[in-house]
Design a protein around this ligand. Structure first.
Ligand SMILES: [Mn+2]
Length: 340
């Protein structure tokens, strides 16, 4: 297991799982590939150990994750709160995956408030908050999927990760490493992936199911962002893309459609920091990506009520779209962050 998580904690977590019968797995609001992949992977592993296991997510997740084994049975709290409450009431253990602040459960926070169940967090984001009985946190891990693999293999051996679990954990690791390109892609990641492939899963089919599922509108939105909404500031090594509510409506935006857009400016030579500023119904959302020693997590936390990872973070602003962009540029120039 990872050096950052002590064997004693893994044993304790194993003990909680051993004593539990009904287990509920949850992840963060707006679930991504790692969140859904880790939950479903853990679900398959625990079901094989004779547990009754449900996955509850705060709100809906993108269509390109819905093909995964077990995905159709995921309970979406926003759509079916009675079911979510019922499962939580009957649970004796909650495992929270891929987030480390209770607030990221959104409306599900209310649902777990009165639970008598024990709880475990398994996560890789920076600066965890204590809200569970046990915390398995390793910000050096590429993904929660990696941690779920290591945790399960340590407790029950690699055989505990079957074909279906391997598919889900592969999605988790693939999406959080940007298909094995980010700096978190260690030798350990590749050795875990080698173990996953040994179960017979097909990397090209999984890639295709996750990434080559664009609607025509989504690909046109990408083109529109690049042609009409991208501002490149070469002297700052910076690229900013902005999207208004009207832009999103024009391309019949669906959940997940804007995913990946933030990375596009980083394809330009010399650009080392990229920001996507999106006007949502009640707030303006910011996504940050960077290369090398540009700590966008601290930046997002300090100036835009957010956080995340060193090279990938998010935040929000209650200002208008245009004044958010102005504030953003001013802050970047003042802090010289993109010049780090
Ligand atoms: Mn993750």
């Amino acid at each position: 297991m990872n050096n950052n998580i002590s064997p004693a904690i893994i044993d304790k977590a194993g003990d909680l799982i051993h004593r539990a019968k009904n287990i509920v797995l949850t992840c963060h609001y707006n679930p991504d590939g790692d969140a859904i992949g880790s939950c479903l992977g853990m679900q398959h592993i625990l079901k094989n150990r004779g547990k009754t296991v449900s996955v509850i997510v705060p709100n809906d997740f993108p269509g390109f994750l819905r093909w995964m084994p077990g995905a159709k049975k995921i309970v979406i709290n926003k759509q079916n709160p009675e079911k979510a409450i019922d499962l939580i009431d009957h649970a004796d253990l909650l495992i929270h995956l891929d987030f480390n602040q209770a607030s990221r459960l959104d409306t599900l926070q209310e649902a777990i408030k009165n639970t008598k169940a024990k709880s475990i967090m398994i996560d890789h984001h920076l600066e965890p908050e204590t809200f569970t009985n046990l915390m398995l946190s390793d910000p050096k891990a590429s993904s929660t999927g990696e941690l779920v693999f290591e945790f399960s293999a340590t407790l029950w051996g690699k055989k505990a990760i079957d074909y279906n679990a391997a598919i889900c954990l592969y999605v988790a690791i693939m999406t959080d490493t940007g298909s094995f390109q980010y700096s978190c892609t260690t030798d350990k990641v590749h050795s875990i992936v080698a173990d996953l492939l040994k179960t017979g899963i097909s990397p090209n089919e999984i890639y295709d199911q996750v990434y080559n599922q664009f609607s025509e509108n989504r690909l046109k939105l990408y083109g529109f962002c690049l042609a009409e909404r991208m501002e490149i500031l070469p002297h700052l090594h910076l690229g900013i893309i902005n999207l208004s509510q009207e832009d999103l409506r024009k391309f019949k935006n669906r959940k997940g459609d804007t995913e990946g857009i933030v990375n596009l400016p980083l394809q330009i030579k010399g650009i080392r920091m990229a920001v996507l500023v999106t006007e949502r119904e009640s707030e303006v959302k910011l996504s940050f990506r960077s290369k090398g020693k540009i700590d966008v997590s601290s930046f997002a936390r300090k100036y835009f009520n957010g956080g995340g990872h060193y090279n990938a973070a998010g935040g929000n602003s209650s200002e208008s779209l245009s004044s958010t962009i102005n504030t953003l540029k001013k802050t970047i120039i003042e802090t010289k962050i993109s010049m780090s």
